[in-house]
Design a protein around this ligand. Structure first.
Ligand SMILES: [Zn+2]
Length: 384
């Protein structure tokens, strides 16, 4: 073998060794859909169409801006894709010999707990941003206190503020929004505590709700399926989340806006059929799916109770129902715990559970304050 051939041969070896599967991450574009994704990678659309209705509905949860991961083989075929639906669950699409399979699996992430304490100088918002560089966190803080404190009137310079929150990261990146677990703001040396409970709402140290997310029911109909993060499907016998509430509304039932807001989507989404989405205050969004028709358009402002659509069974092979969902910063939360007609007071059992959580966090807030301002033990802590 002459030397040129030998070098070429070596190069070829090197190439084939480095041309293994390549992984990459991208951001989901606005308007991109799971079906278009399949098309991009030359995967038969049948992979989508053969899914159960429930699973089609889940693929419609993918939102613009989310970061997803692909693993591409040396022959350019997709080996695997991981596409998050939210912070907790992702689509796992993978090659299985000559065909592709779809599954829904938990997102693996790390949680990082952070406590901060600040002596307010400019405003709670500005001071939080200056310390953490996180406008999402500052916005969330302002949102949860919106109904409790008028910061401009009540907060004085050097009043203390403490926050315990966590953020999630995976594969070396932050993702999702920071979640505030507990917060404290002094006004006039009095404490204003807020603690998160597992219903997505905030309560003060006595267990009284303060965030006041008040939605009204979008239809008058029996509930046929509730919100669940891990429901066992009665027929399929698989665990699947259900990110909304189903109302057994006959086709043609009037659908009303659950609260004041602005229509951000009115159209067709695979898996949801005809859909209306309304953006409300505080990063909240409601979604109304499987509609027969809708009477609003994108950009339009709507009032609570205004008729926006008629229910139906678009995008479904089964019967008519309204799928109603509520999201906070793209995270699905239980609409029923935020609807006016349902009680906004914790049951005795819930309250006991909440008070125990609150006690733990109150101590953590105390530590955060005392660590940051040595020698400062506010009287409201000492009283306990
Ligand atoms: Zn549903």
């Amino acid at each position: 073998m002459n030397s040129v051939f030998r070098i070429l041969f070596l190069l070829l070896l090197l190439f084939s060794a480095s041309f293994g599967a390549t992984s990459s991450s991208k951001v989901w574009d606005k308007g991109y859909t799971f079906l278009k994704f399949l098309e991009t990678y030359n995967i038969p659309a049948n992979v989508y169409w053969s899914l159960y209705d429930e699973d089609k509905e889940l693929t419609a949860e993918i939102y613009a801006g989310v970061r997803y991961y692909t693993l591409i083989d040396s022959d350019n075929s997709l080996l695997q894709a991981l596409i998050p639906l939210n912070d907790e669950v992702q689509i796992h699409l993978y090659k299985d010999s000559d065909t592709y399979k779809v599954d829904f699996i938990p997102v693996k992430y790390f949680k990082s707990n952070v406590s901060i304490a600040i002596a307010i100088q400019k405003s709670p918002y500005q001071d939080i941003v200056e310390l953490t560089n996180d406008t999402n966190l500052a916005n969330e803080f302002i949102n949860i206190y919106k109904n409790a404190i008028d910061f401009q009137k009540s907060v004085l310079k050097n009043d203390k503020l403490a926050l315990i929150y966590y953020y999630k990261y995976r594969l070396g990146r932050n993702f999702g929004n920071p979640e505030i677990k507990a917060a404290l703001v002094e006004t006039n040396r009095n404490p204003n505590f807020l603690f998160a409970y597992n219903d997505g709402k905030y309560y003060n140290e006595k267990g009284n709700e303060v965030t006041g997310l008040f939605f009204q029911s979008p239809v008058k109909a029996r509930i046929s399926s509730r919100f669940s993060l891990n429901r066992m499907h009665p027929i399929l016998k698989v665990r699947r989340p259900h990110y909304g509430v189903d109302y057994a509304a006959p086709k043609g039932t009037k659908v009303k806006a659950a609260s004041n807001g602005r229509v951000v989507f009115a159209g067709v989404k695979n898996g949801f059929g005809k859909v209306v989405e309304i953006q409300h205050n505080n990063g909240l969004k409601t979604l109304y799916a499987h509609l027969n028709s809708f009477s609003v358009k994108k950009g339009q402002s709507v009032k609570a109770g205004q008729i926006i659509a008629q229910s139906g069974n678009s995008g479904l092979s089964t019967g008519a129902h309204l799928h109603f969902a509520l999201y906070k910063n793209n995270k699905p939360i239980n609409p029923l715990s935020n609807i006016k007609s349902t009680t906004s007071v914790l049951s005795k059992e819930q309250k006991n559970e909440f008070l125990e959580i609150a006690k733990v966090y109150e101590d953590k807030l105390k530590v955060a304050i005392m660590d940051n301002f040595s020698g400062y033990t506010p009287s409201y802590f000492a009283q306990k």
